[in-house]
Structures are given as structure tokens and as C-alpha cells.
Write a protein that binds this ligand. Structure first.
Ligand SMILES: [Zn+2]
Length: 143
């Protein structure tokens, strides 16, 4: 029953988003930052959603955040995810402010909680594409 599992759908980098995916392939989380109003921006786009400036730069993020909300997926939406269930689909609020739709990995789904400190972890698919997931941040302590 394990034959021909369809592969995971991967992002197709655009001129705007390519630096983000390439950095993730190198184990780095890059965010756009607006030079005019200093907002951090995610997802990648041509203009700052706060002040509409197009004067954006790429900055490496800390990779730290907290779980803002999450759900446990028990039934795969497509066959490509059939061998991944159950998995945690979450919105992580990054230390820099933006929120990312991602997966929590590295712990059983029942150990995930809202507000839990997490840290970015990366899966490389090619030199141009890596995906960003988050795992429990043990260094954040239990306090
Ligand atoms: Zn701005």
C-alpha cells in the first residue's frame, strides 16, 4: 500500500519570494523588512502592507516564535499527505511580529499548546526550495 505516494506539493518561487525559499534551503528564515516604517513582513510581497512603501530589504529572523493557534489534521487533504497524518497545522507568531502558517514537528500533536515557544527548523528539497517548520523550543525554558 506504500507504492507511488505522490510527492509533497512544493512552492514555486517567484521573483519576489525566491530569496525566502532559497534561504530556507540553507537553514535560514528570512523576512522582508520595510525600510520606511520598519515593519517585518510575511509572506513575501512587493509592497509593505502597512505603509505601501516598496523600499523593502531582507533580514534574517531569529527563528523564534510562539504557537498562536493550531489544529491537528487527522485526515489528509490530498494523497501527498496521507503518510503524514496526524500532523499539526499551526499559525506561529514570530518574535519579529508576522504570523506564519506552518507545521509543528518534533513532538506528538497532543503536546502542542497555544503560547508554546517554538523554533524554526528546515527541510531542504533543492538548492532553491526549503520549507520552514517549527519544533518545540527547549531552550526557552518552562518558566
Ligand atoms: Zn512600511
Amino acid at each position: 500500500m506504500t507504492s507511488e505516494t505522490p510527492s509533497r506539493p512544493l512552492p514555486r518561487p517567484t521573483a519576489i519570494s525566491a530569496p525566502f525559499w532559497r534561504a530556507a534551503a540553507q537553514g535560514k528564515l528570512l523576512l522582508q523588512r520595510c525600510r520606511r516604517c520598519s515593519s517585518f513582513i510575511y509572506y513575501p510581497r512587493p509592497f509593505c502592507p502597512t505603509c505601501l512603501s516598496d523600499d523593502l530589504e531582507w533580514k534574517e529572523a531569529s527563528g523564534r516564535g510562539t504557537v498562536y493557534t493550531y489544529t491537528v489534521v487527522r485526515r489528509a487533504a490530498t494523497p501527498a499527505f496521507a503518510d503524514k497524518v496526524p500532523y499539526v497545522l499551526a499559525i506561529v507568531e514570530l518574535e519579529e511580529g508576522p504570523r506564519m502558517l506552518t507545521n509543528i514537528v518534533g513532538c506528538p500533536p497532543e503536546e502542542v499548546s497555544v503560547g508554546m515557544p517554538v523554533r524554526a527548523t528546515f527541510e531542504k528539497y533543492s538548492d532553491e526550495v526549503g520549507l520552514v517548520f517549527f519544533r518545540p523550543d527547549e531552550e526557552a525554558g518552562n518558566g
